[in-house]
Ligand binder design. Structure first.
Ligand SMILES: [Cu+2]
Length: 235
């Protein structure tokens, strides 16, 4: 048998690498009491770290009904967030520290006022929270603003006008991330086979969640648990 050429070796390696990108991780995340934990950020780092590619298009976070929708947005580092006001009144979006004690500084700093969306339904009076009346402005209303987020980490979201408005962004340092649904489930595809480090993050956490090592081969399901019980969020 003749010795394979360097090109053949390279092709075999490439084929092997393609085969290795086959793992799928299904996660069931619970809180300390064993109940399904929603809105948990799941980050997976392979032994050989990979930088994420930014999202192909701006990731939209709506201001709607005095809420940030969705409450939690996870994006790869380098992505652009687009804040869009869908309410009939102004919002003044700002970045905030995260965590119950505000102990986690925001990975990006921004604030901007967004004009009321024309034609949006008016808010019920009891939800209006003494906000200023919508103002007549000259020119085109500015209902959207974009922010590029390069640094990995959490960014809390708030509104200068409406104190109860809270949202959360997490900028992922890895291309392998997800957030859990209402049943505490998350799924990450196209993972490399082999040892990976799995980390959880939740906006209510007071301390970091210990990283968990997982040996990936093909498709598998893993349980992960927060070391605390998050407070209930208003529905
Ligand atoms: Cu607001």
């Amino acid at each position: 048998m003749h010795k394979p050429t360097p090109l053949a070796v390279a092709l075999l390696l490439a084929a092997g690498l393609i085969d290795a990108q086959a793992a799928t991780l299904q996660l069931n995340v619970t809180d300390k009491d064993g109940r399904p934990a929603a809105d948990v950020v799941v980050l997976v780092e392979p032994a050989a770290k990979v930088a994420p590619a930014p999202a192909a298009a701006p990731v939209v976070i709506a201001q709607e009904g005095l809420r940030f929708v969705p409450f939690l947005t996870v994006v790869p580092a380098g992505s652009t967030l687009r804040f869009t006001n869908k309410d009939a009144y102004d919002h003044h979006v700002r970045s905030m520290p995260s965590g119950p004690l505000g102990s986690m500084p925001a990975a990006a700093s921004f604030e901007f006022r967004l004009d009321a969306a024309e034609g949006a339904p008016a808010a019920p009076v009891d939800e209006y929270q003494a906000a200023p009346r919508p103002r007549k402005r000259s020119g085109t209303p500015q209902t959207s603003a974009e922010v590029k987020v390069d640094k990995a980490g959490p960014i809390g979201l708030g509104c200068h006008i409406h104190g109860s408005m809270r949202g959360q962004v997490y900028v992922s340092p890895t291309p392998f991330f997800a957030k859990t649904d209402a049943e505490g489930r998350a799924r990450i595809d196209n993972l490399p086979d082999g040892a990976v480090e799995l980390t959880l993050w939740h906006a209510d956490q007071l301390t970091e969640q210990p990283a968990q090592r997982v040996q990936l081969t093909g498709a598998q399901t893993t349980a992960a648990q927060l070391n605390f019980v998050p407070r209930r969020r208003r529905p």
